[in-house]
Design a binder for this molecule. Sequence first.
Ligand code: ZN
Ligand code: ZN
Length: 258
Amino acid sequence: MALRFASLGSGSKGNGTLVASGDHCLLVDCGFTIKETERRMARLGLSPSDLSAILVTHEHSDHLSGVAPLARKYGVPVYMTPGTLRARDIGKLPRLHLIEGHQPFSVADIHVTPVAVPHDAREAAQFVFRSRGSSLGLLTDLGTVTPHVEEFFGDCDALLLEANHDPQMLAQGPYPPSLKRRVGGAYGHLSNQQAAGFLQRVGCDQLQHLVVAHISEKNNSVALAREALADAAERVANCIFACQQQGFDWLQIDKRDC
Ligand SMILES: [Zn+2]
Ligand SMILES: [Zn+2]
């Protein structure tokens, strides 16, 4: 079976994305309890015992809180950067693999390229996956789209992209000033307009799926994200908006014709 992906949920209350190819399945981040992860995975036809590995993007609890308990219960290998490991005391992991900087690695036949992103975490990495002739980029939790990020994520066949906040809603919203500055700053999160600008610069005609993700429930709305990304949404074959509760169902990425 081709490269495919699905989400357990997306947003500041917990993230988890499944990436599968053939018989192998990876979980990228886990911000849910064991019970909740089992429930959400069952919704997608899987159990944590089906996982080949868990990959961690960074130490914020919406991405990390469920990783160690799940890895311990099911004996799943975990991949993360040394900085992410040092940032929190998560106890012993049964099978830990440290990701070396920008060094690509493989889990079964899924090739993974970690990409450093500007975010207020110790050593954050986002990931590009390649398998069976197609590619997928998962890109959330970054304050700025750097040329480095554009180089790696600009040519994917499918993309999950953060559109975290609407700047006006963030400014007028309930967060204290310091948190507003953090979220809207260069090491915070992408706004709807930054996400749209990135897609405009790299072009998105080749995208089979665009998933707009990590949408803030306090500082954004799907309607505002949809409006800001309308041009891109029109040009991609399939554009969906991931939500906190439901995530999204399996999306298959077909081999690119070249
Ligand atoms: Zn996050
Ligand atoms: Zn974060």
